[in-house]
Design a protein around this ligand. Structure first.
Ligand code: ATP
Ligand code: MG
Length: 274
């Protein structure tokens, strides 16, 4: 596997953090990660591996969940941000599309976009709004509708649009594809790719669909029970037999015959995947 050649001046640098919820055993145990300006990095791992906890450690939302960084540090542009309030971190150019979308059913699409723009200068708002509606034209006719009436895919577009309104330099996306039809997911990722090419915005993407994630990103990390298990370029990880076996193989029933070996392999996969 290729060595990671992230320079000392990484946009984001997570160094050896240990994070725990209340008095529970640590959910992250010495996790380190780096992300360069404009880079797209994926975070893979089974349910409970600590992906969302790592995202919260970066965005400053740990406190909301009674958790904190016990040791190690998180730096954005060389400045320490662990322990800093989420709204201050947002002003530094970091936006989050949270797990579960966190859409307010009673607010309109336009109001969600206004909330997202709060951390950006007023003169940028109109341009950002045009950009969001250009990326997601399905939102145009729904702009004054309450978000609770939208489809799951449209709600995810609202969650991403809200994050984009801040003109971020770094976006954290937590399971954008969850519960969406594959065709909607594909179209959303195409638009994210377009946004990335047009703006150079860096992205840290948590994704259960490993193939989608590895097709989209430059580099990836695999988290397993609170530790980084693997890291490397998307190409290296796609070629890694462990990733192929546990993430990119066929599920039982998709092949011709379902053997005992398949069952064992599937059980191992699901320990990571589900
Ligand atoms: N609010 C919370 N309070 C207490 N423990 C939590 C909380 N959120 C997560 N945990 C625990 O921290 C560990 C990591 O959870 P986390 O949600 O970060 O995993 P994940 O990789 O995002 O999983 P998933 O794929 O299911 O979203 C798990 O053991 C989980 O039970
Ligand atoms: Mg999660």
């Amino acid at each position: 596997m290729a060595a990671i050649d992230a320079p000392a001046t990484a946009l984001l640098s997570v160094s050896n953090i240990e994070v725990a919820y209340g008095r529970s055993a640590p959910a992250l145990r010495g996790v380190s990660l780096r992300l360069r300006e404009g880079e797209v990095v994926s975070l893979l791992g089974a349910n409970g591996a600590g992906k969302t906890t790592l995202i919260r450690s970066i965005s400053g939302l740990l406190k909301l969940h009674s958790a904190k960084v016990l040791s190690g540090q998180v730096n954005l542009d060389g400045a320490r941000i662990d322990g800093v309030a989420a709204h201050h971190i947002a002003r530094k150019g970091l936006s989050q599309v949270p797990e579960g979308r966190m859409i307010f059913a009673n607010l309109t699409v336009a109001e969600h976009l206004q909330i997202g723009a709060l951390s950006a200068p007023v003169e940028k708002h109109e341009m950002s709004r045009r950009l969001v509606l250009d990326l997601f034209p399905a939102l145009r006719p729904r702009i004054d509708d309450q978000a609770g009436w939208l489809s799951g895919g449209e709600q995810q577009m609202v969650a991403i649009g809200r994050a984009l309104m801040a003109s971020p330099r770094l976006m954290l996306l937590d399971e954008v594809s969850l519960g969406l039809a594959p065709i909607i997911t594909r179209s959303i990722f195409e638009q994210l790719d377009r946004y990335r090419r047009e703006t150079g915005c860096a992205m840290l993407v948590v994704e259960q669909n490993a193939k989608l994630a590895l097709d989209f990103c430059d580099r990836a990390y695999v988290l397993d029970r609170g530790r980084i298990l693997l890291e490397g370029s998307a190409a290296d990880l796609k070629a890694d037999p462990r990733v192929q076996d546990l993430y990119l193989g066929e599920a039982p029933g998709e092949g011709s015959a379902y053997t005992f070996r398949d069952a064992k392999r599937y059980r191992r996969r699901t320990r990571w995947l589900k």
